[in-house]
Design a protein around this ligand. Structure first.
Ligand SMILES: Nc1ncnc2c1ncn2[C@@H]1O[C@H](COP(=O)(O)OP(=O)(O)O)[C@@H](O)[C@H]1O
Ligand SMILES: O=P(O)(O)OC[C@H](O)CO
Length: 626
C-alpha cells in the first residue's frame, strides 16, 4: 500500500511553509515561500492576502512533488496561521479589500485610546479575555470599515467578508466555505470565551456587522475538501500558529507550557477546561478544541518583537548579514556593557499592554560597541520572557519548572542559555523544531484517525537540547532591575489624538482625519441608548466648533453648518462635510503641499482648534432633543 502522509501549512508572518509528515511525525518534504512586508507608514504593517494565496497555490503542489506523492496519499490537511491579521474580501469576486492589516500594526492606537473611554470598555476583557489594544482583529476591522465609504453597509449586507488568514485560505481552497477555528476566533475580540460564539455586546461595542463574520468551528474537524490547487484533500484542522505549537509540543495537560521564539515570541500555558482571567497582563485564549470535546484554554504571554529585533539589527542597522551572526557578534564581548534595548516597535505587549509605547536604547556610553548592542538585542528576548513568566506564575499560582521552547531563535545557544539564566529554570528543545507545522499536522491527523490519540503523539516528543541555569542570583536581580527601568522609559511616547499634549509637528492630513474619525465616533455614540447624551453632545459640539473654525481660518474654506439645528440634520450635514473633504480637499492638499508645509499647517490647525476650545467654552452647544 502506498505510504500515507499528513499535510500541514504554516502561514506565518514572514513566510508560508507546506510540510508533509509521516506517521512517526517525521518531515518528508518542506517547501517555503516568503511574502512581501509592506510598511507604508511608521507603525503600519500590511500583507497582500492575494500574494499569500498565490504562494500557497505554488508550495502545496511542490511539497507533494518533492515527496513524490499524490493528493490521494494525503489523509488530511492542517492549517496553522499568523493570528489576528485581518483580511476583508468581496464575497462575489473573492478579491481582498485593500491589504491585510498585520497583527503588529499600530495604526489603531488612537482609536484604542478613545475606545478605552467608552462605557462598555471594562466588559471587553471579561467577555473575550483580551485587553483593548491594537494587536487584535476587531479594531483593525473597524478601521477598515471606517476608511472606505459604503463598506460598512456592504458588510452589513454580507457582501464583504472578514477572516483571519486560515479563514481566507479555507475560503479559497474550498471555493467559498466561510469558517474559522475557535482558536483564531478567540483572537478577534469578538468571540465570547465561554459560549465560543460571536458576542452581541462585543459586536455592538466595535460596531461590527455579524453578517461579515465566519462560522466558528472546532480546531479539529473536517471543514470541507479542497476544490482547487490540489483538489480532493480533506481540510481537517486549523489552529492559530501559537496554539498549533502548544499542540506540537504536546502540552495537552493543564500546567504544561511552551514558548515559540520566532518573529515575535509567545508563551502559552495550558489551563484546562476553564478560562482563567489574568490579573497580571496575560491573555486568556482558547488553546484547542478537539471535535465535540470541551475547549481547552490557555494563558498567553505575547512578546511582539523578538526575532524581528534581530531582523532589524540585520536589515535596518546592517550590523550583521545573517541572523545567526548575532550570536558570533554578541560573543565578542563579555556582557551588555550596561546597555538595554527595549523593542516596543508595536507598543509593548505582555505583560504591559502599552499601545502608545515606542522603543528605546538605554544606557548608551562611548564604551558601547556593536558587540554590546548585539548582546542587548538577544537579552531583550530573555528579559521579555522573564517578565512574562513572572506574570504567568503570579496568575497560575504555580512556578514554572521547565520551559519547552521551539522556533527559529532557538538555534541561538547564547540566547537559550541566557533564558535559562534569567528564568532560573532549565530550557528544553524537542527534536522537531517545526513545532507549529507539527501541531497542525497532529491536529489534522487526529481529526481523520491517522493518529489514534494524544498519548501516541506524546511518545513522539524527544528532547534534542537542554540549557541549565548558571547565572549568579545577584547579577540576575541587578540586571533585571535595570531592564525594568529601561522599560519604563518607553511608556507614553505616542499621545492620543485630541489630547492637548498632541505633538506640535503633526501632519495636517492626519490631524484632519483624526478629527473626522473622532466626530464619527461621537455620532455613533449618540445612537447608543445607554450613552450619556449630555456629555457626548457637549464633546461633539466642542469638537465640531474647533474643527470648523480651524478649517475656515487655516484652510480658508467656508463651512456652512450650523450647530444650532436638529441633531439628525446636523448628522447628515457633518457626514456630507467629511465625505466631501476626504474626496476632494484632502487629495488636493496631498498633491499640492510639501511635507514641511503639511507639518506647519498641521501645527497651525491644531493650535487654532485649541485656541477655539479655550475661548469658546461658553458658546452655544448642540441643542438637546429630549
Ligand atoms: N541564530 C539566530 N539567533 C537569533 N535569532 C535568530 C537566529 N536564527 C533566526 N533568528 C530569528 O528567528 C526568526 C525566524 O524564526 P521562525 O521561527 O522561522 O519565525 P516565524 O515563524 O515567525 O516566521 C527571525 O526573526 C530571525 O531573526
Ligand atoms: O507568524 P508568527 O510565527 O510570527 O506568529 C504570529 C502570531 O500568531 C501573532 O499573534
Amino acid at each position: 500500500m502506498a505510504q500515507r502522509y499528513v499535510m500541514s501549512i504554516d502561514q506565518g508572518t514572514t513566510s508560508t511553509r507546506c510540510i508533509l509528515f509521516d506517521a512517526r511525525g517525521r518531515l518528508v518534504s518542506v517547501v517555503q515561500r516568503e511574502h512581501q512586508q509592506y510598511f507604508p507608514r511608521p507603525g503600519w504593517v500590511e500583507h497582500d492576502a492575494a500574494e499569500i494565496w498565490r504562494n500557497l497555490s505554488k508550495i502545496v503542489p511542490d511539497a507533494l512533488a518533492q515527496a513524490g506523492a499524490t493528493a490521494e496519499q494525503v489523509v488530511g490537511l492542517g492549517i496553522a496561521n499568523q493570528r489576528e491579521t485581518t483580511v476583508l474580501w468581496d464575497r462575489r469576486t473573492g478579491a481582498p479589500v485593500g491589504r491585510a492589516i498585520v497583527w503588529q500594526d499600530t495604526r489603531t492606537d488612537r482609536m484604542i485610546e478613545q475606545l478605552e473611554r467608552e462605557p462598555g470598555a471594562k466588559r471587553v476583557r471579561e467577555l473575550c479575555g483580551l485587553p483593548l489594544t491594537t494587536y487584535f482583529s476587531a479594531p483593525k476591522i473597524r478601521w477598515m470599515l471606517d476608511q472606505t465609504p459604503g463598506l460598512q453597509e456592504r458588510a452589513e449586507r454580507g457582501e464583504v467578508l472578514f477572516g483571519t488568514i486560515e479563514s481566507w485560505l479555507i475560503w479559497n481552497l474550498t471555493g467559498g466555505l466561510h469558517v474559522t477555528d475557535v482558536t483564531n476566533a478567540s483572537r478577534t475580540m469578538l468571540m465570547n470565551l465561554r459560549t465560543l460564539s460571536w458576542d452581541a455586546e462585543l459586536l455592538e461595542f466595535f460596531d461590527i456587522p455579524r453578517a461579515m463574520l465566519p462560522e466558528i468551528r472546532s480546531s479539529t474537524e473536517v471543514y470541507g475538501t479542497t476544490t482547487t490547487v490540489v483538489p480532493g484533500i480533506r481540510i481537517a484542522a486549523a489552529l492559530g500558529d501559537q496554539q498549533a505549537a502548544l499542540f506540537g509540543q504536546t502540552c495537552f495537560a493543564p500546567g504544561e507550557a511552551k514558548c515559540t521564539y520566532g518573529t515575535g515570541s509567545f508563551l502559552l500555558l495550558n489551563t484546562g477546561q476553564t478560562p482563567v482571567l489574568s490579573k497580571h497582563g496575560m491573555l486568556t485564549t482558547v488553546g484547542f478544541k478537539i471535535g465535540d470535546e470541551p475547549a481547552v484554554y490557555a494563558l498567553e504571554g505575547s512578546m511582539a518583537v523578538t526575532g524581528s529585533l534581530v531582523q532589524w539589527f540585520r536589515d535596518g542597522l546592517e550590523l550583521i548579514s545573517s541572523a545567526p551572526e548575532i550570536e558570533t557578534l554578541a560573543r565578542t564581548v563579555q556582557d551588555n556593557g550596561g546597555c538595554y534595548i527595549v523593542p516596543a516597535f508595536s507598543g509593548l505587549f505582555a505583560p504591559h499592554w502599552h499601545s502608545e509605547a515606542r522603543g528605546v536604547i538605554a544606557g548608551l556610553t562611548s564604551y558601547i560597541t556593536k558587540g554590546h548592542l548585539a548582546r542587548a538585542v538577544l537579552e531583550a528576548t530573555g528579559w521579555q520572557t522573564r517578565e512574562v513568566v513572572d506574570a504567568m506564575n503570579a496568575d497560575s499560582g504555580l512556578a514554572l519548572s521547565t520551559l519547552k521552547v521551539d522556533g527559529g531563535m532557538t538555534a541561538d545557544n547564547l540566547l537559550m542559555q541566557f533564558i535559562a539564566d534569567v528564568l532560573d529554570v532549565p530550557v528544553v528543545r524537542p527534536m522537531v523544531a517545526e513545532t507549529v507545522s507539527l501541531g497542525a499536522a497532529y491536529a489534522a491527523g487526529l481529526s481523520v484517525g491517522y493518529w489514534p490519540d494524544l498519548e501516541g503523539l506524546r511518545r513522539n516528543w524527544h528532547r534534542a537540547g537542554q540549557w541549565l541555569p548558571a547565572m549568579a542570583p545577584t547579577r540576575r536581580d541587578t540586571e533585571y532591575a535595570q531592564w525594568r527601568q529601561a522599560v519604563e522609559l518607553t511608556f507614553g511616547w505616542m499621545r492620543p489624538a485630541h489630547d492637548s499634549r498632541r505633538p506640535a509637528g503633526t501632519d495636517l492630513i492626519d490631524v484632519i482625519l483624526d478629527d473626522h474619525r473622532q466626530i464619527e465616533h461621537l455620532l455613533r455614540e449618540l445612537r447608543n441608548e445607554d450613552t450619556d447624551r449630555a456629555r457626548v453632545l457637549s464633546e461633539l459640539s466642542a469638537l465640531l466648533g474647533a474643527h470648523f473654525a480651524a478649517t475656515e481660518r487655516i484652510l480658508h474654506k467656508r463651512v456652512d453648518i450650523s450647530l444650532d439645528q436638529d441633531i439628525l440634520d446636523l448628522e447628515a450635514a457633518v457626514e456630507a462635510h467629511i465625505r466631501d473633504e476626504e474626496r476632494t480637499l484632502l487629495n488636493e492638499l496631498r498633491r499640492s503641499l510639501s511635507p514641511s508645509d503639511r507639518t506647519a499647517l498641521g501645527r497651525a490647525f491644531t493650535a487654532e482648534s485649541r485656541n477655539y476650545a479655550a475661548i469658546v467654552r461658553t458658546r452655544p452647544t448642540i441643542p438637546h432633543d429630549e
